[in-house]
Design a protein around this ligand. Structure first.
Ligand code: GLY
Ligand code: MN
Ligand code: MN
Length: 440
C-alpha cells in the first residue's frame, strides 16, 4: 500500500509544532523564526558554493533551494513561510510554492530579501531565531537560544513516520545509483567514471548529494574519506569501496558497499565476513540498547574476523584491549542520520543539554545515546589496511600482535566498509538500505 504522504506530513507538522511549543516555553520566547539561509561566496570571487539550506528550516518544509526565506511559528497560529521569489533573469528563480505543505502554512511571497522584515514578528527580542550569523536581517539576528536548540535537536533524533518515508525514498535513489556504480566498476571505469555513473543514476550532483561521494579503487579504500577521483583506472583493478548517499526532500541516506574484482578471492571472503557481522550489528539497533555498547561489540566482532583471517596473532579480546582492533577499525560504528548525514545531538544527555561521553579510547564515535524507537542510525563497520596506524602499533611494541605477511597480502585491496541505515522500532529493527537493495 502506498503511504498517504499528505497525511504523514500533517502528522509530522503536528509533532514539529508540539516540539516548538515546548522549546519556546523552555526558552521563554513567543515565536520561532528560522531563516532558510543565504548563498555563500568563494573568497575574493563572485562564485557561490552549493547552497546548503538551514536544517532547522527544511525540517518544516521540503524546500532545499530557496534562499533568503523564513519560517515563522507562533504557538497557536498557522506557521508562515516567507518565500523569496526574486525578479531575476540571471538565475533560476524558485517556482510557485506547491505541495501538501502549502495547505498547512500561510505563504507570503517576497521579491527582495529585505521585504521579509514586513512579515516577521513585531518584536525580534521575543523570538528564538535559529540560523547562521550570515542570515541576519535588521534586528533579526540569529540568537540560537541554547535551551531551544538543545530541545529541538534532541527531539529530532526521533523521526516521524513522514521522515522515515522520506529516508526510504532517499535509500531507493541511493541504491539505484550504487547498482549503476557497481556496473561501472565491473566494466572497468575509473573512479571518476564510476562517480559520474553514480550521479547520473541518482539524478543528483554536488548540489543535491548529502556528502561528497567516496569512490575508491584498490589502496584508495584505505583512505577513510577519499574524495579524489582518478581519471584513469589503476592496473590491475582489485577492489572497489563506495560510500555514497542521496537526498530526498531534504533527507539523506548514507550507504557503503565494497566489492572485489575477483569474487572468488580471499578479499571477497573477507568482505562476506564483514557483511555477515554487519547484519548482526544491525540487529542490535533495538530499544534501550546503548549505542556505545554496539560500537564496543563491533570491535570484538571485527577482531574475531581479523583473527579468523590470520591478520592478528592475539585473541579478539586482547586485540580490543590493547587497541590493535582500532588500527584496523579506526572510526565509529555509525551515527544518527536524517536531515543531515551526520545528524545533530549525537552526544545529548537529555533534551535540556549535557553530554554523554564517548568510551575511553574511541574518540571518533559520533553517537553515544541509548537507542529508542524512531531513531535512525547508520551501522558501518570497516576493516582497513592503513600503514600509518599499523606503524603506530609497531611503535607501541604491538608488532607481534599482527601477522605482517597477511597484512601485505591484503594491503593492495585498501579496505572494507559496509554501511546501512537502520530504523529503531518498538520491535525488530528496520533496515532501509537492505530493503531498497532487496526491492531490485
Ligand atoms: N559518508 C560518511 C559517513 O559514512 O559517515
Ligand atoms: Mn556514515
Ligand atoms: Mn557513509
Amino acid at each position: 500500500m502506498r503511504p498517504d504522504l499528505p497525511a504523514l506530513y500533517a502528522d509530522h507538522l503536528y509533532m514539529l509544532k508540539r516540539r516548538a511549543d515546548e522549546a519556546l516555553h523552555r526558552g521563554g520566547f513567543d515565536a520561532l523564526v528560522v531563516p532558510s539561509g543565504r548563498l555563500h561566496y568563494q573568497v575574493f570571487d563572485d562564485r557561490d558554493y552549493p547552497f546548503a539550506v538551514n536544517p532547522q528550516f527544511k525540517a518544516w518544509v521540503p524546500l532545499v533551494r530557496v534562499t533568503d526565506s523564513w519560517l515563522v511559528y507562533v504557538p497557536g497560529h498557522r506557521p508562515k513561510v516567507i518565500y523569496h521569489q526574486p525578479f531575476d533573469y540571471w538565475h533560476v528563480v524558485p517556482g510557485t510554492p506547491t505541495g501538501a505543505w502549502t495547505e498547512h502554512m500561510d505563504v507570503v511571497v517576497i521579491r527582495t530579501p529585505e521585504e521579509a522584515l514586513q512579515h516577521l514578528p513585531k518584536n525580534a527580542a521575543r523570538c528564538a531565531i535559529l540560523g547562521e550569523p550570515q542570515s541576519a536581517l535588521g534586528e533579526f539576528v540569529p540568537n540560537n537560544p541554547p535551551a531551544v536548540v538543545a530541545y529541538l535537536e534532541y527531539e529530532r533524533a526521533f523521526k516521524t513516520a513522514y521522515e522515515v518515508e522520506m529516508m526510504r525514498g532517499a535509500s531507493r535513489i541511493g541504491v539505484r545509483a550504487h547498482r549503476a556504480a557497481e556496473r561501472a566498476f565491473r566494466a572497468g571505469a575509473s573512479e571518476f567514471g564510476i562517480h559520474m555513473a553514480y550521479c547520473q543514476a541518482a539524478g543528483q550532483d554536488a548540489n543535491d548529494l548529502p556528502y561528497s561521494n567516496i569512490v575508491a579503487l584498490n589502496e584508495h579504500g584505505a583512505v577513510l574519506h577519499y574524495t579524489d577521483r582518478d581519471k584513469l583506472p589503476p592496473r590491475p583493478v582489485r577492489s572497489f569501496l563506495i560510500d555514497a548517499g542521496a537526498s530526498n526532500a531534504g533527507y539523506a541516506c548514507d550507504i557503503t558497499r565494497t566489492y572485489s574484482q575477483d569474487t572468488s578471492d580471499e578479499f571477497q571472503a573477507l568482505i562476506d565476513a564483514v557483511d555477515r557481522a554487519q547484519l548482526r550489528m544491525c540487529d542490535q539497533v533495538r530499544k534501550d540498547f546503548d549505542y556505545r555498547q554496539l560500537h564496543l561489540d563491533a570491535h570484538l566482532s571485527l577482531a574475531g574476523i581479523l583473527r579468523e583471517f590470520g591478520l592478528i596473532t592475539v585473541s579478539p579480546e586482547v586485540a580490543v584491549e590493547t587497541g590493535v582492533s582500532s588500527a584496523f577499525f579506526p572510526h565509529g560504528i555509525g551515527h544518527g542520520i536524517g536531515l543531515q548525514v551526520h545528524d545533530v545531538a549525537g552526544f545529548a544527555e537529555s533534551d535540556a543539554g549535557g553530554t554523554l561521553p564517548k568510551p575511553e579510547g574511541h574518540p571518533y564515535l559520533r553517537l553515544t545515546r541509548t537507542l529508542q524507537p524512531g531513531m535512525v542510525v547508520t551501522i558501518e563497520p570497516g576493516l582497513y589496511f592503513i600503514d600509518m596506524l599499523l606503524e603506530q602499533l609497531r611503535d607501541r611494541g604491538l608488532g607481534p600482535s599482527v601477522d605482517w605477511g597477511r597484512v601485505d597480502a591484503f594491503r593492495p585491496f585498501g579496505g572494507i566498509r559496509i554501511e546501512d541505515d537502520v530504523v529503531c522500532t518498538d520491535d525488530a529493527p528496520f533496515n532501509l538500505t537492505r530493503e531498497a537493495f532487496a526491492a531490485g
